[in-house]
Design a protein around this ligand. Structure first.
Ligand SMILES: Nc1ncnc2c1ncn2[C@@H]1O[C@H](COP(=O)(O)O)[C@@H](OP(=O)(O)O)[C@H]1O
Ligand SMILES: CCc1ccc(OS(=O)(=O)O)cc1
Length: 161
């Protein structure tokens, strides 16, 4: 696995790799997020079928919900953006439980946790990295799988360092 390009698309926050589309300032301020009691969080590891489940939820007739972008995606203005939604919010995230904003736990918001067979998730992630020239290049399936099994990947820790 080569680490070229890593600096342009990934950055480490508290030992975990995130997309640079999640600003450090936002990640640092997650605990200042003010949850609503009726918020629903759609929590998943990347490539677990998040978009599919999100679409299913979004298409529930008369659900009266707004599907937002992931809570960790964007800059410090994210929480202001989320405040603008007046309908019940369904908020996706790939954050680990420890990184979830405190208020979500305090208000006991509902969480839908998506689990996909990790063998399929690993294959999906492997192809995702292979097909995305902006991500660090993947050499072989064997090296990728070894790192994946060690929990070393985006939203995990130091896959590409
Ligand atoms: N109805 C469905 N059943 C099972 N997997 C689905 C699905 N719809 C999408 N997926 C798979 O979910 C993965 C994407 O996940 P995410 O939305 O979290 O990024 C893709 O996996 P593959 O790369 O194996 O095709 C995609 O094909
Ligand atoms: C459909 C809502 C959604 C969910 C997750 C996303 O992040 S990622 O593409 O899986 O990194 C984006 C949008």
């Amino acid at each position: 696995m080569s680490s070229h390009n890593q600096s342009s698309v990934l950055h480490k926050f508290k030992g975990i790799l995130y997309s640079t589309m999640s600003s450090e300032e936002l990640l640092n301020s997650l605990d200042s997020f003010s949850a609503r009691e009726d918020d629903v969080f759609l929590v998943s590891y990347p490539k677990s079928g998040t978009h599919w489940i999100a679409k299913v939820i979004e298409n529930i007739p008369n659900a009266g919900i707004t599907l937002t972008s992931p809570i960790e995606l964007g800059d410090i203005s994210k929480f202001e953006e989320l405040k603008m939604y007046y309908k019940k919010r369904v908020i996706p995230t790939h954050l680990s439980y420890n990184m979830l904003p405190m208020d979500i736990k305090q208000k006991q918001c509902k969480i839908i946790y998506i689990v996909r067979n990790p063998k399929d998730t690993a294959v999906s992630l492997f192809h995702y990295y292979k097909d995305n020239p902006n991500l660090p290049s993947v050499e072989t399936w064997a090296t990728f799988l070894e790192l994946f099994l060690k929990g070393k990947g985006k939203y995990n820790n130091d896959f590409y360092s």
